[in-house]
Design a protein around this ligand. Structure first.
Ligand SMILES: NC(=O)c1ccc[n+]([C@@H]2O[C@H](COP(=O)([O-])OP(=O)(O)OC[C@H]3O[C@@H](n4cnc5c(N)ncnc54)[C@H](O)[C@@H]3O)[C@@H](O)[C@H]2O)c1
Length: 249
């Protein structure tokens, strides 16, 4: 995978940071993107310390001009971008009756529109290369639904459907598109902030997981690395559950 360049969004921390570091281990140069570049310093430093290549990029993925500038910065640093991991996202725990248009639009602008903008902005490089990998991070709540998560789970459901559609549209161009719906991944900003919002105590939650442990960012990163690899070229349009068996299908 040497000489390939990947853009990973929401990569200052959590799952995005783990994906960045894991892809860098495969020799891929990484654009570590988050809301501001300074927050990406730790991820970039960890990659460089391990002998990899990375730069920090600041952009709000729901703002096209910011994404365009960040994509160009990455291209200028390392060359054409043929891998994108659409990981940045925000969660929401609003009971359905209290959902407002403003909150709905805020979450959808990041979780859906943002992933669309980022993917569009890197597409020209993938088309020229005749090769590309798009990995979206959705959520197991898109597969099961989740109480008080109407906005979030439906926004992630849109990502599952976007995956299926883009796989068909972009497959003939040599580009695969897949999504990973994580279950409960501990140790991220999102999961720490969500801890008290879950209605199921963690010891009970554990009993619903056949592997009997909570997820870690590296569990998602390892699956992401495979989906970005040459080896997965015959896999597209798929939802690859990495959830300890929480959802089986
Ligand atoms: N942690 C879990 O249990 C879990 C479960 C299912 C799905 N997910 C999904 O995995 C992804 C990563 O989650 P995480 O737990 O690592 O979350 P996190 O909150 O730790 O990290 C998300 C990152 O995205 C960044 N971000 C948010 N809005 C952004 C924007 N507009 N532009 C650029 N960056 C932005 C944040 O600054 C943050 O660094 C999310 O899409 C989330 O919905 C997480």
């Amino acid at each position: 995978m040497a000489n390939k360049v990947a853009l990973v969004t929401g990569a200052a921390a959590g799952i995005g940071a783990a994906c960045s570091k894991r892809l860098a281990r495969d020799g891929i140069a990484i654009g570590v993107l988050d809301l501001d570049a300074e927050r990406c310093a730790d991820t970039v430093a960890a990659i460089k310390a391990a002998g990899g290549e990375a730069i920090a990029l600041g952009a709000d993925i729901s703002k096209r001009d910011q994404v365009k500038a960040a994509v160009q910065q990455l291209r200028d640093a390392f060359g054409p971008i043929t891998i994108v991991v659409n990981n940045a996202g925000v969660t929401d725990f609003t009971p359905f009756e209290e959902v407002t248009e403003e909150r709905w639009e805020f979450v959808y602008r990041i979780n859906v529109l943002g992933q669309m903008i980022v993917t569009q902005e890197v597409l020209s490089d993938m088309k020229k290369a005749g090769w590309g990998r798009v990995v979206m991070i959705s959520s197991s709540s898109a597969q099961t639904g989740a109480v008080n998560m109407a906005i979030y789970s439906s926004s992630k459901g849109a990502i599952v459907t976007l995956t299926r559609t883009l796989a068909q549209e972009l497959g003939p161009l040599g580009i695969t598109v897949n999504n990973i719906p994580p279950g409960s991944v501990m140790g991220t900003i999102m999961s720490e902030a969500s801890r008290d919002k879950f209605q199921i105590p963690s010891e009970v939650l554990l009993q619903t997981l056949p592997v009997r442990r909570m997820g870690e960012p590296n569990d998602i990163a390892n699956a992401c690395a495979w989906l970005c690899h040459e080896d997965s070229g015959y896999v597209t349009g798929q939802t690859i559950g990495v959830n300890g068996g929480r959802v089986v299908s």
